[in-house]
Design a protein around this ligand. Structure first.
Ligand code: SF4
Length: 292
């Protein structure tokens, strides 16, 4: 039995940046440090951050804020109207928005200013998409999460910008974008899937090429980029085992495979991935000791 590990693991640049800001804020700020929504979609990482002193900002916290408290904006960013409200109650705001999300937001703002429609391919309930949509204009923003929803696009979309949520499946984006381009040939299509997500998605295809018969995906259950890795694994015909921590590794189910791939999401701590790798490799040693 052989274990092959994805060429990319550990936090992406945006998550590293937000976590660094969180720890610095805990050391320097005098009052409480809040974060507007989960800093990253990973339970273990959130537990560590909360243990360091960061508090998740909840609806019932609005009336409790003092001049000493500060607020950290997470890697996904914060919708403009919500951010404006938060600025009224927090004197100190630390912006942990991923630079990639900032740059796509600015592109949307520019094109919306030129009167263009903005088509975002992604999930309307995802905080990053909500941030991006807040930089577009009401009535000219369209969030599309499936091929069927393309029928919702009505009117002249020739003056449109098409972008992607940074973590969606690239092949899904390219398919929908090409359909939009056929109907609206002058629409401007920008593939805004971030470099980290692209490389992680490519790594799944590489693991398949290297002979993996199943892939263990390490990361938060609510992490979009991690779930996409599991979906791509299944799309290419391999069983995907999505685990959050080493305790989830389905040892018995993995025993039937000769070559197992391991990959991880952008908000997964390298330490967790290493623990999972060690657990799967222990299985490799067991098989060598007791060959069938
Ligand atoms: S997954 Fe991409 S967009 Fe999201 S925080 Fe990481 S680098 Fe930024």
């Amino acid at each position: 039995m052989k274990v092959i590990i994805s060429s990319i693991s550990g936090f992406c640049g945006g998550v590293k940046h937000a976590i660094r800001l969180a720890h610095n804020a805990c050391k320097r700020c005098v009052g409480r440090v809040y974060v507007a929504g989960e800093l990253v979609h990973n339970k273990e990482v959130m537990e560590n951050i909360e243990a360091a002193g960061i508090k998740l900002f909840r609806d019932d916290d609005w009336g409790k804020i003092t001049a000493r408290d500060s607020l950290l904006i997470r890697a996904h960013g914060c919708p403009r109207d919500k951010c404006a409200k938060l600025r009224k109650i927090f004197d100190m705001i630390i912006d942990g928005t991923c630079p990639h999300v900032v740059s796509v937001s600015k592109m949307i703002e520019r094109r919306a200013g030129e009167g263009k429609h903005i088509i975002i391919i992604g999930s309307a309930s995802h905080p990053e998409v909500q941030t991006l949509a807040s930089f577009a204009k009401n009535g000219k923003t369209h969030i599309i999460s499936s091929e069927e929803e393309l029928d919702h696009l009505k009117g002249s979309m020739d003056q449109a910008l098409v972008v992607a949520q940074s973590t969606i499946d690239e092949s899904f984006f390219l398919n929908l974008a090409s359909k939009i381009s056929k109907t609206y040939p002058h629409a401007e299509v920008k593939n805004t899937i971030c470099g980290s997500s692209r490389r992680r998605q490519q790594a799944i295809l590489d693991l398949k090429k290297e002979g993996a018969q199943a892939i263990v995906i390490v990361g938060g259950r609510h992490s979009n980029n991690t779930c996409v890795l599991a979906q791509i694994t299944q799309r290419v015909g391999l069983p995907a085992f999505h685990v959050e921590t080493v305790t989830d590794v389905p040892i018995e189910k993995l025993k039937v495979f000769q070559i197992i791939g391991i990959a991880s999401g952008a908000s997964t701590d390298e330490k967790t991935t290493k623990q999972v790798v060690a657990a799967v490799m222990a299985l490799e040693n067991q098989k060598e000791k007791f060959p069938h």
